[in-house]
Design a protein. Sequence first.
Length: 209
Amino acid sequence: MEMICFDLEGVFVPEIWISVAQATGIDELRLTTRDVPNYDELMAHRLQILAAHDLRIGDIQRVIATLAPLPGAKAFLDWARTNFAVAIISDTFYDFAAPLMAQLGQPLLLAHSLEFSPQGHITGYKLRLPDQKRQAAIAFRALNFPVFAVGDSYNDVNMLLEADHGFLFNPPAKVIEDYPQLPISTSYQDLAEKLIGVSSRPLTAYDHD
């Protein structure tokens, strides 16, 4: 059995922070790991903006409750879970992702945790561990899994390079320019075909797109 590690946002669900920016009209929250490689720098910026606008965890969760997985995401993930051991390794937070995980059929999610004030202000965050995506790929390989990985952003690159086979999925142009060695897929159909092509086992066909 092969292990496949997926990013979450941009692969299966919309970018949560962009959705919050659209709902609140706060354009400063549009920045994501597709734009800023340094995660701590990005989160410091986000926390500063949330505090300045008095946005609390409940405000963000109300936006997330309106979101749905990307078109075709559930069918593709179901196909992947039929053919691989699957883990979603994300730099989002459990406090954000829960309703989206329910819509995706509760796949395994490894994410981070938020810290709150009694009033619900987000005061900080706790990483599962630094560079957790790459560390997850290393750990699964240590368990004797061949590891495949799929992501779209700068914070996925270490995981993709560590995996036996790593794929960018609908990445921004800057990521493509910086990492030309990583193969790119722009649809679930194409991604499934690439995974079938590199797997050492016969996989079921994917024909949902």
